[in-house]
Design a protein around this ligand. Sequence first.
Ligand code: DAH
Length: 344
Amino acid sequence: MRERLLSLKDEALQELEQVQSAAELNELRIKYLGKKGPLTEIMRGMGGLSAEERPVIGQVANEVRGAIEAAVQARQDAFDRAETERRLQQEKIDVTLPGRVSKQGGIHPLYRIVQKMEDIFLGMGYKVAEGPEMEQDYYNFEALNLPKNHPARDMQDSFYVTEDILMRTHTSPVQVRTMEAMKGEVPVKIICPGRVYRRDNDDATHSHVFTQVEGLVVGPNIRFSDLKGTLLQFAKEMFGPQTQIRMRPSFFPFTEPSAEVDVTCASCGGDGCRICKHTGWIEILGSGMVHPRVLQMAGYDPNEVSGFAFGIGVERIAMKKYGIDDIRHFYVNDLRFLRQFAKY
Ligand code: DAH
C-alpha cells in the first residue's frame, strides 16, 4: 500500500509537469484529489489494515496528499501570476498619448438671458413659477379681461388647438394660475419665463415662437412707483448701472394704467445710433397695474390688494446684448451660430 501511495505521488507530479492550462490543472486536481480519485479510495481501504499498520500508512497517505496539494497549488499560483501579467500587458495605457477632446455643449444664448433675469429677480425676493405652453382660452384671454370677441384679441393672433385650447400667446396666463393657486394669500411675487406662440410670418424681427419673462406682484398697497423702481433696478442690473428707463402710456386689457418701458440704448448710451434707430431708447417690455377685474376673477379683492405686472421680451434683449440681427437664429439651431455663445 505504501508503494502504491508513493507511485501515485510520482505519477501525479509527473503528470503535473505536462499541464498547460488552469483548466487542465483543475482536471488533474479532481483526478487525484477528488472524491472518486485513487487517494480517497486507498484511504477508505485503510479500515482493513492492522492496528500497527494503520497509523504508518495513514501518515504516508497524508504526506502524499499534502505533496500533491502543494504542487497543484504552486502550479495554480504560477498560472494566476501569468494571467495577471498578461492582463497588465494587455490593459497597458500610454498616458503620454494626447487625449480625445470631447465636444462641450453650451447654454443657448436665450436661456443665458433668462438665467440672468432669474438671478436678478430671485435677488429681489421673487419665486419662479411655471405654466403650460398649451393653454386654455380662459387663462390666456378671458381671465385676463379679454372676453371672447374682444377686439384686443387681435393684438395676439393665436394658434388654436381646439375651440378652447390654444398655444399660449404670452406668459400672462401664469399670473392667473399663480393667483388661483395662492387662494387669496399675499404677497404674490413671481416671475415666469417661458415660450409663447403667435401666428406671425417669420422674418428678421418676427418669430411664431418666442420667449417672455412674466412678472407679477400682488399685495396690500402695491403702487405704480413700486413697478417703476423694480423695473429700473432690473434694467440697471441687466444692462449696467448707467441705464435709465422711460415709461410710455400704453394699453393692455389686463392692466390699468398700462405702460411700455424703454431702456437707454446700451450701444450709444442714449445718444442715438443704428441699433436704437437713432432714438436713444429700446423698448423691452409691457407693464402696468393689474386690472381690478383680473384680481377679482382670480380670487383677490381689489379693495384690499393691488398689484403690478410686466412681460419682458427675451429675444429683443438677447439681440441687443449680443448684436444679433435676425430673430430666426435663435430657433434654427445652426451650430455655427450657437457655438459662438458656448464660452460666454
Ligand atoms: N402679455 C403682454 C404681451 O405679450 C405683455 C405684458 C404687458 C405683460 C403688460 C404684462 C403686463 O404682465 O402687465 O404683449
